[in-house]
Ligand binder design. Structure first.
Ligand code: OFO
Length: 164
């Protein structure tokens, strides 16, 4: 049986992952309206990944005999500025998620909840990967700028996510 305090923070994390999915979907739509269909595709795939992150935690809470308490999901913004600004916002968002995952991991340790700790290890590793990927995209965006053809090359590269 899962400790009530861990169950509560896991339920909060599920809500955060669902919000991440909403945020990426809104960002995808924003890019699509600017005709950056590659970035839009990448972000839509990211939204699906975030839903999968939430579902993995849902399964874990239920497998431990816990209670799933879904909360309402905040509405994301609809305007995100330039493509570079979109990715700056993503990096900030993922850094907040990392802080939240690390706090959850720490809490599991304090409670000696080894099963939660092991499950959360996957999320700790995933956050390293996500921050690195987004940081790299941001570096590339800053290098090519948004005025020349470079950004359209990046857009076509982003459109290949999950296709090879
Ligand atoms: Fe974007 O990361 Fe979920 O956990």
């Amino acid at each position: 049986m899962i400790h009530k305090s861990i169950q509560d923070v896991l339920n909060t994390q599920i809500n955060l992952e669902q919000y991440s999915a909403q945020l990426y979907l809104a960002m995808s739509a924003h890019c699509e309206t600017k005709s950056f269909r590659g970035f839009a595709h990448w972000l839509r795939m990211q939204a699906q990944e975030e839903t999968a992150h939430a579902m993995k935690l849902v399964a874990f809470v239920l497998d431990r005999g816990g209670r799933l308490e879904l909360k309402s999901i905040d509405a994301p913004p609809t305007e995100f500025g330039s493509i570079t600004q979109v990715f700056e916002k993503i990096l900030e968002h993922e850094q907040r998620i990392t802080t939240s995952i690390n706090a959850l991991f720490e809490r599991s340790r304090q409670e000696k909840d080894y099963a939660s700790e092991i499950t959360l290890q996957w999320y700790v590793t995933e956050q390293v990967e996500e921050e690195a990927n987004v940081g790299q995209i941001l570096d590339q965006l800053r290098a090519v700028g948004e005025k020349g053809g470079g950004i359209w090359y990046l857009d076509s590269k982003m459109g290949k996510r999950g296709k090879s």
